[in-house]
Ligand binder design. Sequence first.
Ligand SMILES: Nc1ncnc2c1ncn2[C@@H]1O[C@H](COP(=O)(O)OP(=O)(O)OP(=O)(O)O)[C@@H](O)[C@H]1O
Ligand SMILES: [Mg+2]
Length: 272
Amino acid sequence: MARLNTADGEVVIHVKGLRNAFGAQVVHDGLDLDVRRGEIIGVVGGSGTGKSVLMRSIIGLQPPQAGTVEVFGEPMIGRDDYEAQQVRRRWGVLFQAGALFSTLTVAENVQVPIREYYPQLDDQLLDEIAAYKVAMSGLSPEAGPKYPSELSGGMRKRAGLARALALDPQLLFLDEPTAGLDPISAAAFDELIRSLQRTLGLTVFLITHDLDTLHAICDRVAVLADKRVIAVGTIPELLALDHPWIQEYFNGPRGRVAAEAAERVAARETGE
Ligand SMILES: Nc1ncnc2c1ncn2[C@@H]1O[C@H](COP(=O)(O)OP(=O)(O)OP(=O)(O)O)[C@@H](O)[C@H]1O
Ligand SMILES: [Mg+2]
């Protein structure tokens, strides 16, 4: 059963009491987080605060020591039955390091998850689907037959996105998708994510350090610190909190520049 909250909409990801530790190092302790259907939620926190580990716990690659994770209303931890597999099919993931298979072309990379779930599809159909996903990710058709080593960093991110979109996901996990991109490519990638979210009705779990991304496309932002999510809200809501890390992050020199840039874009869009 999907978890419903009439005030805030349907909860797609529900994390409760999560604990992750590596030896004596406790990364998460009592971490709670709800992600609502259709939102882009930005996940921020200092390096090493456990953003990637949180994502890996949600998608089942990092079994936590305690806590619960529900996705689309299904408890996910330690499960590999049919229902859990059906839930997994409904999400796509872009890992921090890209994680494309270096011996496969872009098109073949996109086909990997499709072959896994639909082994009966013939090659021609697979090629057509891959070409469609490559185009959706803003790559030119010539990128399809290229190997990851023949792509620029930005193209690799788009190829990773094409693969994440392979199974028509309803939920997208993106770990630092704009890291290492020049500002123009990063802004274009943000726009792509926003338009995919709007046209496909996606829910997006977006880990980022990119202040411009947070301002431009995130509906809410979750802040990781002290081994848990210390706050979730819009940027103005977060700024109303008197937390030193949040103030420093959003109100420091870089944060203010990003906020001003976002205001200029908003003013242009509304024609003021
Ligand atoms: N498989 C692992 N084994 C041991 N320690 C790990 C493992 N994965 C992560 N860690 C540790 O957990 C902590 C959180 O790592 P994580 O990768 O989630 O950080 P992060 O918030 O994503 O950082 P960044 O912003 O740099 O990507 C780090 O101290 C890391 O060394
Ligand atoms: Mg990380």
